[in-house]
Design a protein around this ligand. Structure first.
Ligand SMILES: C[S@@+](CC[C@H](N)C(=O)[O-])C[C@H]1O[C@@H](n2cnc3c(N)ncnc32)[C@H](O)[C@@H]1O
Ligand SMILES: [Zn+2]
Length: 472
């Protein structure tokens, strides 16, 4: 082919694609990002634009007729018009927009096959048509993503009718790719001939495969129930300071009930908050021997940073570090305001570059000292806050851990439970060494975190072991 330049080499309407990509980031329902967190996942519409632009010729939208000096600008304007229709994330759009995007995807599939048929004809010196490709007599365009991460590029390549291949070095990414690209196609639909837990019974009286989503939901609930029975007591409900409960009913606080989809929901008795996150900071002892206070290493203490709109006020919540006189340990106070300035302090001035300043005497615990303390197994941790949800109300409730000392887990008791669980199940705390120092992405070994097990607090470790125990 004399000119095989592709659209991506000539022009893509970046501004429009970027705007749609930002919008897509806020769409949660039905998006692959909700399957599993992947830090580097690219927006689907941007991947769609890249795959499309890489497979159709630069000349695709250039009109045959018209003045030569205008052809290129007309071509680009046509390309922009088409790509704006193609690169939309349809999930929460109006039905007519959704239908038009579907239509644009079908057109894009045709454009890609036309370009591919032309290339195959040139390469094989034999006429290849779109029909040949569609009917399997000629291959589809192959798209290989050797660094596929969360699978956004191969997913869009599949959507555009290509044969997609995905690779990744990271086993988590590999599993995400299987769950995004392979399993939904292979196991997605109900199958009356396959055994399952959620489908109708067959003639032998066995339940059949009710679809991948139903089966995953069933087994997810099964795991949840077992894990909750093992460790649910370690995450107790918290009395709501706004409306304290009259009494705590321990049995009720663990009760699960199925909703209309069969998904297990936690039944929350009135007057309680549900804890969803416990926020901790690591600590070291002050370097100044005459001080010896506990120095928090937290970088910043923001909890919520929401700008106000026309109708709703902003919400800014952060922890204020208080160093009480004659004490050796800071307190964390939850401060809330409708503006950032209204907080009255800057939550972002914590440790910098691994150096933390003692709030009591001002001595800097430099990063070398912090690392040495870590290696000597003298690094501690302090719970700062508990983030909770209040049933049937939007937004989180933040509580200072200092006001709720009874909710700070007892590590010794938990360590005993870990030993007991390991004895009972044959599991072990992972004692394998971390990758060698200098491995990309691993910067924790200098702080004395030598094994995988060292990464977790006792309660986190017990929780992970309980999940593993429930499925083995
Ligand atoms: C920027 S991410 C890719 C993100 C992806 N486009 C998405 O939308 O999710 C780069 C990926 O390359 C993977 N990677 C790095 N080195 C690799 C190698 N030598 N072989 C295979 N994958 C590798 C990483 O594990 C990471 O998932
Ligand atoms: Zn000090």
């Amino acid at each position: 082919m004399s000119d095989d330049r592709r659209l991506i080499e000539d022009y893509l309407p970046f501004q429009a694609i970027s705007a749609e990509a930002s919008r897509e980031k806020s769409v949660r329902k039905g998006h692959i990002s909700t399957l599993h967190l992947w830090w580097a996942r690219r927006p689907l519409v941007a991947c769609r634009a890249a795959v499309y632009g890489a497979l159709v010729p630069a000349s695709r939208f250039i009109p045959e007729n018209g003045p030569d000096n205008k052809k290129q600008s007309f071509g680009r304007a046509n390309a922009a018009k088409f790509m704006k229709r193609l690169c939309r994330y349809p999930s929460n759009s109006k039905p007519e927009v959704k239908a038009d995007t579907e239509c644009a995807i079908k057109e894009a599939q045709r454009h890609i096959l036309e370009a591919h048929a032309e290339r195959l004809t040139w390469e094989t010196v034999k006429k290849v048509t779109v029909k040949d490709i569609e009917e399997g007599r000629a291959p589809r365009p192959k798209v290989l993503d050797m660094f596929a991460g969360g699978g956004a590029i191969p997913l869009e390549a599949l959507r555009l009718g290509c044969e997609a291949y995905a690779l990744d070095l990271n086993p988590v990414a590999h599993i995400i790719e299987l769950c995004t690209l392979v399993y939904p196609q292979k196991y997605g639909k109900p199958d009356p001939n396959a055994q399952g837990m959620t489908g109708p019974k067959n003639e032998k009286g066995e339940t059949t495969w009710g679809s991948l989503a139903e089966e995953v939901r069933y087994w997810g609930n099964w795991v949840l129930k077992k894990v909750r029975a093992e460790i649910g007591d370690l995450y107790p409900l918290i009395p709501d300071p706004e409306k304290p409960p009259r009494e705590l009913v321990p049995d009720e606080q663990l009760s699960l009930f199925p909703d209309e989809k069969g998904q297990l929901k936690l039944k929350v008795p009135g007057g309680f908050l549900v804890p969803v996150a416990y926020l901790w900071t690591r600590t070291v002892r002050c370097k100044n021997p005459s001080c010896g206070a506990t120095v928090p290493l937290v970088k910043q203490t923001w909890l919520c940073k929401k700008k106000g709109g026309n109708k709703s006020p902003g919400r800014y919540v952060a922890l204020k570090v208080i160093a009480p006189k004659d004490e050796k340990k800071v307190r964390f106070e939850v401060v809330e305001a409708t503006t950032q300035a209204g907080l009255g302090f800057d939550p972002s001035i914590g440790s910098k570059g691994g150096n933390a300043t003692c709030p009591f005497c001002g001595t800097v615990a430099d990063s070398g000292y912090v690392k040495a303390e870590g290696c000597a197994k003298r690094m501690g941790e302090q719970m700062m806050a508990i983030a909770c949800i209040r049933p049937e109300r939007k937004g989180k409730v933040y509580l200072s851990a200092d006001d709720y000392p009874e909710f700070i887990p007892d590590d010794e008791v938990i360590r005993k439970r870990i030993d007991e669980l390991c004895k009972r199940t044959g599991l072990t705390v992972p004692g394998e060494p971390m990758p060698p120092r200098g491995t990309l992405g691993f910067r924790i070994q200098p702080y004395g975190i030598d094994t995988w097990g060292d990464l977790f607090t006792p309660r986190q470790m017990l929780c992970l072991l309980a999940i593993v125990a429930s499925v083995c």
